[in-house]
Design a protein around this ligand. Sequence first.
Ligand code: SF4
Length: 265
Amino acid sequence: MQTESFTASRVDELNSLFLNSGPEKLLEWGLDAFGDRIALCSAFGPEGMVLLHFLFRMKRRVRIFTLDTGRLPPETHDLIEKVNNLYSFEIEVYSPDPADVREMVKTHGINLFYRSVEQRELCCEVRKVRPLLCALKGLSAWITGLRRSQTITRSAARKIEIDDLHSNILKLNPLADWSEQEVWDYIQKHSIPYNALHDRGYRSIGCAPCTRATNPGEDIRAGRWWWEKDQKKECGLHASPSSVAKNGTNCERIGAEKLVGASGR
Ligand code: SF4
């Protein structure tokens, strides 16, 4: 089990080692190195589904968590239910602290995010960033579906990074060098389930009120917070938002079965 702390030069070495290898090699290394102290964070987007499939085929036990913001589209809950039935993973679901949500809604209204970038970032902090801090507690590393070509803020993503937003734990991005086409080719080849919204023109899916379908020729992230003009559209999970301090880390953890059952569909 890994006990070393990772310096920038050690991370450079590891990136060189995994430069030309596929996602399995990096996943194997991460699971061997960290055991229960590593987890996959998945929002069940195409990249997350590819990683789930890799892990399933590798027959490795791994912690998987997701963040249920309370504003996800029903199609995402449908996909989580499919994943529950198809793969034998236990998915940990982290939800925002109800008191935080109550306070935010009481002060700013339920759809505060349309008013300003600051209020949108506050909502993302309450509903996503704080639950992520809970999920990462006790971890030495996490696995994400980040790809360099997803957005300008991710263009420098490496397969292994020191995550200075989260106590300098390691962040593994096994698909960092994959294109969107490679992701979809893999999904088609292996008949991997995906969010039904993708067949309706959605390319990147987050919360329902903050996601729309994209038009031909638009950027992959154009449908996220489409009313904001800034290119740096991030919720704070992978890049620090501009104006919101991280306060507190209360959140709820439930099982995926309860989440799906609670969706009422
Ligand atoms: Fe709130 Fe929208 Fe961010 Fe979801 S994506 S947490 S609804 S601002």
